[in-house]
Design a protein around this ligand. Structure first.
Ligand SMILES: Nc1ncnc2c1ncn2[C@@H]1O[C@H](COP(=O)(O)OP(=O)(O)OC[C@H]2O[C@@H]([n+]3cccc(C(=O)O)c3)[C@H](O)[C@@H]2O)[C@@H](O)[C@H]1O
Ligand SMILES: Nc1ncnc2c1ncn2[C@@H]1O[C@H](COP(=O)(O)OP(=O)(O)OP(=O)(O)O)[C@@H](O)[C@H]1O
Ligand SMILES: NC(=O)CC[C@H](N)C(=O)O
Length: 546
């Protein structure tokens, strides 16, 4: 009976670092051969450049760097694993056209290249901008098995899957860079089960891991049998090499059932996405750590827990910057959380700076009453202090504005929006509470009172967020329908929401596009994050309604 050991390389390439990714690929093949006796090693989509390489693809040096990388792989792998077939993703210009490729390498020879046929060009994907679609299937025979190679969207599209099966594939091998959003893991499995069972072939699905700007890849690589049942599910949010044995029996080539890591619950999955996104942004950008304002409120409290889980407490600095409106309990809770998580904690009162600004502006503002100008000054002073700490200590400023606030512009430009990365950017306020409770249930990280007290920006006496906006349950429900659901204001009203609330909220969303364009990037975790996923004009005369 024939058998074949296939290793799924679920790794975290660094976009643009072709030399580093190539070295990682060679090392993974060496380990896969020595530890697991790999006959085949499969990497994720565009592994040698990382995904998505965006306009790096247009750099002239891209082709020569990739040629050198492929030469190095061929030479070194021929020595360390001459019997192992390697399938790896990279871009390439062939006869004047650029393709998203998967190359098959054996014993120093590149046996063939598959060009991705279905190019995603929606949501966060832009592949039509860079690639031409391929037309042909590629079947590589190895160890008696005919392996049909496919790349990510090919699987979602379906036609290339049927084409590979018709071309005689025994096993479908897919290289993927499939970004996470909350419903994605279950959605993938439903779709892939249909594809495998439709053509009656087992399917290998290798996904990437790690954060890349606003995208985050969750791994969870899979092997499905010819009926579409999951035979192996790799861990989520962890790099690793996963071996699977295929056996050629009466029913053709089939995978042996192995480890099936559980699908994660929504809170855990989301929390892992935020931790991974922040950790990779900070580490891949070379920061020593992060600094952030800790207010005693829920957003900065959850952000601090995420930062500590991502980087370790020794790489996180929290700063409490009290002003006249900062409650005693805010200061006590901030200090308590810093102690609980073991982070460096400083208190920097901002009154002297706010007063200096106010005095300088006094003449210019004479006769004008107090308004948000004064509130924003507090927020901006805090931003200046955090950026000074960032400059001096090499720590990136982590911002904390959640999706509900970013949607309605409830944040100060050059104030609390100052910073490099925002883990909560795509997390609605109602989810901030859910995540805080979930995190505390694992191990206490946030003082209970921070979760139970009513939210306030503490920029004016006795201020509460609910003074100017509908409660967060209603606000988030409207936002979700408007942003993710693309519903009109009238349709949201028909769905049962107050006309005044709906119009207030959608007008704020439309009016604050300018703020979001200047906001730090953050992890995308919903079907429609602010960023490349939602592109609205800043200057526009569209009237909400239908
Ligand atoms: N279309 C446009 N394109 C470019 N720039 C535009 C613009 N419209 C206004 N601007 C500029 O933006 C300024 C207004 O923005 P900005 O200075 O930020 O100020 P603004 O949005 O007026 O005020 C900030 C709001 O956020 C709330 N806040 C602040 C801080 C924290 C929290 C919280 O709870 O987390 C809430 C605060 O209570 C207030 O309602 C204008 O003065 C103008 O300079
Ligand atoms: N007294 C403070 N000390 C330190 N940082 C502060 C303080 N007040 C506000 N900040 C920073 O500005 C961010 C926005 O704060 P603000 O309290 O205005 O709004 P929020 O959305 O309710 O946030 P939070 O729930 O963290 O308080 C905070 O998350 C924090 O990073
Ligand atoms: N890289 C890709 O082709 C990804 C597209 C695919 N639909 C996904 O999100 O998984």
């Amino acid at each position: 009976m024939q058998d074949l050991t296939l290793v799924m390389a679920q790794l975290d390439p660094l976009v643009g670092d072709i030399a580093g990714n190539t070295a990682a690929a060679i090392e993974a093949v060496r380990e896969a051969r020595i530890e697991h006796g790999a006959d085949v090693v499969v990497f994720s989509e565009l592994f040698l450049t990382g995904y998505p390489p965006e306009d790096l693809l247009l750099r002239e040096a891209m082709a020569s760097r990739l040629d050198a990388a492929r030469r190095e792989m061929a030479e070194k792998i021929a020595r360390i694993a001459p019997q192992t077939l390697v399938i790896v993703g990279y871009p390439g210009v062939r006869e004047g056209k650029r393709y998203n490729l998967a190359g098959a390498l054996l014993a120093g020879e590149w046996l063939g290249e598959y060009a991705k046929q279905a190019l995603p060009n929606y949501q966060v994907f832009d592949e039509d901008r860079y690639f031409e679609p391929g037309r042909e299937p590629l079947i590589i025979e190895h160890g008696g098995a005919r392996l049909g190679i496919l790349i990510c969207e090919d699987l979602w599209d379906g036609a290339p899957v049927r084409q590979a099966a018709e071309a005689g594939a025994d096993v479908l091998i897919t290289l993927n860079a499939s970004p996470f959003h909350l419903d994605k893991p279950a959605e993938r499995e439903r779709l892939f089960a249909g594809r495998a069972s439709e053509v009656g072939k087992p399917l290998v699905y290798v996904n990437a891991i790690g954060g890349q700007d606003e995208l985050v890849f969750d791994g969870g690589s899979l092997i499905l049998d010819a009926r579409g049942d999951v035979a192996v599910r790799a861990p989520f949010w962890q790099v690793g090499l996963m071996p699977v044995r295929f056996v050629n029996g009466d029913g053709g080539w089939q995978p042996e059932a192995g480890e099936r890591e559980p699908l994660l619950g929504a809170e855990e999955n989301l929390y892992c996405a935020l931790v991974t996104g922040l950790r990779d942004y900070v580490n891949k950008s070379g920061f020593k750590g992060v600094v952030m304002g800790l207010s005693g409120g829920i957003d900065s409290a959850l952000s601090l827990a995420i930062a500590v889980d991502a980087l370790g407490s020794e790489r996180v600095q929290a700063v409490m910057m009290p002003y006249h409106y900062t409650a005693e309990i805010s200061q006590a809770d901030a200090a308590e959380q810093a102690r609980l998580l073991g982070v460096s904690y400083e208190v920097m009162p901002i009154a002297p700076m706010v007063e200096a600004f106010t005095a300088t502006l006094a003449e210019s503002f004479s006769g004008l009453g107090a308004d948000t100008t004064e509130e924003n000054l507090q927020s901006r002073v805090r931003g200046v202090l955090l950026m000074a700490i960032s400059n001096k200590k090499g720590l990136m400023v982590q911002t904390t504005g959640n999706k509900s606030e970013m949607a309605v512009g409830y944040a100060t430009l050059y104030g609390d929006m100052v910073g490099g990365y925002n883990a909560l950017k795509d997390v609605y306020k109602t989810w901030v509470y859910r995540l805080a409770r979930w995190r505390n249930a694992q191990e206490p990280a946030i003082p209970e009172r921070v979760i139970t007290r009513p939210p306030s920006a503490e920029l004016a006496p006795d201020q509460q967020d609910s003074d100017s906006l509908p409660g967060y349950d209603v606000l988030d429900a409207i936002l979700e329908r408007y942003i993710e659901g693309d519903m009109s204001a009238e349709a949201i009203i028909e769905a049962g929401y107050e006309r005044d609330d709906v119009y207030k909220v959608v007008k704020l969303v439309d009016r604050n596009e300018y703020k979001r364009r200047q906001a730090p990037v953050g992890v995308r975790v919903t079907l429609r994050g602010f960023g490349r996923d939602r592109r609205y004009p800043i200057v526009n005369g569209w009237q909400p309604g239908n």
